[in-house]
Design a protein around this ligand. Sequence first.
Ligand code: CAA
Length: 295
Amino acid sequence: KRPAGAPDAKLARPIQKVGVVGAGLMASQLALLFARQLKVPVVMTDIDQSRVDKGVAYVRGEVDKLLAKGRISTDAANRTKALVTGSVSKAAFGDADFVIEAVFEELAVKQQVFAELESVVTPECILATNTSSLSVTAMAEGLEHPERVVGFHFFNPVAVMPLVEVVRAPLTDDAVLATAFVLAKSLKKTAVLVKDAAAFVVNRVLLRLMGEVTAAFDEGTPAEVADSALKPLGLPMSPFTLASMVGLPVAQHVAESLHASFGNRFHVSANQQALIDAGVKGLWAQTDERSQEIP
Ligand code: CAA
């Protein structure tokens, strides 16, 4: 059955090479997913070689973990590792059919990335954004081929979260949208078409919840109490554990952008340092330090 809003799958274009802009936590997880599920070459870029190397090393490390758990064969592990490469130059995207950006969550940065991409990719290459809160319409504006832009928003951890929010900008064409839906299916994800509104659907709900927990802390409830009070409600992960997995600066940044769009419906804690001092520090410190960086 065709998902709501998805054009005819026959319009979808084949994807034989993927580009990922960024080599941070989200970008590296995306590179792994594309290589593993699509079995096509994936090239990651970032602003310097050490970031690129870190991203490629992350992918290899995750493949080794899958191998150790018996989730993939030695052949599949070697093939997946060989498919993922890195470069400091976007020229590496010259023969890509689909490029997804997962860089710093700032509109001007993403617009610049797309403008740079247009000078190196083919006219048909699809430009996707993994933005979790920004306007896809604004990202497409001013491009030579705005019809190729689509929102393709994944959730952390990418390997296990089943949803992708697909976002259509006013000029996105049917072939591009159809490709996004077919691609999500090949990646074994469920795609939903959401309106291009700040933070789409999922993060609006999630950030309301996180905002209320943080507000309770700001009003005097100890952080550990506020955090653990919610766990018995059946959440898969307590709110602060989730914030530390996503990265506290990233979570804070999304909260700020929702506050800017919707006002006081979204709480932004002025007490980030106090949260850490209050004992959440142990929790933050347990996480992979990479997740603390803004991708
Ligand atoms: N990377 C890769 N795989 C991971 C992983 C990670 N970070 N974390 C867990 N997994 C895998 C485990 O390896 C395990 O796989 P196997 O069955 O092959 O061993 C599987 O997921 C289940 O893990 P666990 O049994 O250890 O733990 P769990 O049952 O508690 O599930 C979870 C883990 C799926 C992450 C679950 O806790 C959960 O759903 N948490 C909420 C996550 C969430 O809400 N994410 C949205 C974040 S918002 C977002 O992404 C932000 C944004 O746009 C800014």
